[in-house]
Design a protein around this ligand. Structure first.
Ligand SMILES: *Cc1c(COP(=O)(O)O)cnc(C)c1O
Length: 419
């Protein structure tokens, strides 16, 4: 199932008025749905000694959304300076911030270490010497290489630019300890949009085995094991949702076995983005043009600047037409934006109810890696974001970009170099 029946039942009746009030296009997110998913996740792992989700900020970096995460006792997984700033602005303290960066600059480390710091998750053994002051707690991102298959979005670990290789991982912890680290975490992130929960169980098993090996070689224990994000959501109507309770039960058993064997239980942490907000967002657009050439094209008032996933990954996003269920006829169309790129399409050869100008289309599951991924190529601007509150009110939580925003970087102090 794409959008939940509950979200649709609360959203769809409002859409004609929302279209008048705010205008289209807009992304709209569901506070109640996000909270329910967050609560379910916390409950699923209540058998652990300690569990904490660090929401992957890049999925939906909006302060109003991040505030909901703090209400769920979630922390934040950040990988840029602006994500750190945003998370601190909604009140995240050092323990609530996981800094999982790649190809990290000195400036990024400086900001991550400022204001009480954050939990540094180092992506390479060479970075140990580049952290100005080694924090008390250090984590490494582990890349198991040939031992695991990755998946479609992330690619195979052997070809992925992330993490510390297997033959470096012992040295990495030894070196960090020699530089003063006293507490340790172990992290990996191997999959993206994975619907098969057993993949995450296998990842947990792999990390716990690695924690054991590291203990045997270096006598270190682990404060936490972070199994990454990458939990999938059903974008297609016939996708089976991830089995959260089975996943949590099996992971909890693995941690209990580990605790029996080693006399302590590390905390479990994870950093899902998509799973938490993905299904609780929709991109609402209006049809503005219909074109019948070799194919039929339905032109809408948003483009790739609002949602890149179909063009970038060939991703499927379910689409519904407000007030039309197909009983008055269906046709096969491409739903397209206005960008001068032929992959600027929200749907390709999709069977949809017959669409006329001004019809409202609901593009599902845009609550993660949607608005955030948008870009300004071709001078296209990003749309506004709205939040459907639990009390039924709808709030603007980010305005649409304007021409002035687009031209803002052309306002600068003159600067010239002459040899
Ligand atoms: C993108 C990313 C995530 C979140 O991925 P989802 O697929 O949204 O769960 C988590 N951790 C890291 C390091 C990432 O790069």
């Amino acid at each position: 199932m794409p959008l939940s029946d509950s979200f649709k039942a609360r959203l769809y009746p409002l859409l004609p008025e929302l279209k008048d009030h705010f205008g289209t296009p807009f992304h709209i997110y569901d506070e109640a749905g996000i909270k329910k998913t967050g609560d379910d996740l916390n409950k699923a792992f209540s058998g652990m000694r300690s569990f904490k989700e660090y929401y992957a900020v890049k999925a939906l970096p909006n302060p109003s959304i991040l505030k909901i995460m703090t209400e769920l006792d979630f922390g934040f997984d950040c990988s840029s300076i602006t994500e750190l700033i945003l998370s601190r602005q909604v009140g995240a303290g050092p323990e609530d911030l996981m800094f999982t960066s790649n190809n990290t600059s000195a400036e990024e480390f400086a900001v991550a270490s400022a204001e009480g710091g954050s939990i540094l998750n180092l992506d390479d053994i060479n970075l140990i010497d580049k952290v100005a002051a080694m924090p008390e707690t250090i984590c490494f991102r582990y890349n198991p290489g040939a031992e695991r298959d990755g998946n479609h979005i992330i690619g195979t670990p052997l070809e992925a630019k992330y993490g510390v290789a297997k033959n470096q991982i012992v040295d990495a912890y030894a070196k960090a300890r020699a530089r003063g680290a006293k507490k340790f975490g172990l992290h990996t992130m191997l999959a993206s949009n994975e619907l098969d929960y057993t993949y995450m169980v296998a990842t947990t098993e792999m990390l716990l085995e690695m924690a054991e090996q590291l203990h045997n070689k270096l006598s270190i224990t682990f404060d936490f094991i972070n199994i990454g994000g990458g939990l999938g959501i059903p974008y297609r109507p016939d996708d089976e949702p991830l089995n959260l309770t089975a996943m949590a039960d099996e992971i909890t058993s693995l941690f209990r076995e580990f605790a029996q064997k080693h006399g302590y239980m590390p905390a479990l942490t994870m950093e899902s983005g998509r799973y938490i907000t993905g299904p609780h967002g929709a991109l609402v657009v209006s049809a503005i043009n219909r074109k019948d050439i070799y194919r039929t094209y339905i032109g809408v008032d948003a483009c790739m600047s609002a949602l890149m996933r179909p063009a970038l990954y060939g991703a499927y996003h379910h689409i519904e037409v407000l007030g039309k269920n197909g009983s008055n006829g269906v046709e096969t169309v491409d739903v397209v934006g206005s960008l001068c790129e032929n992959n600027d399409k929200f749907a390709i050869q999709r069977e949809l109810p017959v669409i006329e100008d001004d019809d409202v289309l609901i593009i599902h599951d845009t609550g993660a890696h949607g608005h955030a991924m948008g870009f300004n190529y071709n001078g296209k601007l990003r749309p506004q974001e709205l939040l459907l509150r639990e009390d039924g009110s709808v709030e603007l939580i980010r305005r649409a970009e304007t021409n002035a925003d687009y031209f803002a970087t052309l306002n600068y102090e003159p600067k010239v170099f002459r040899a």
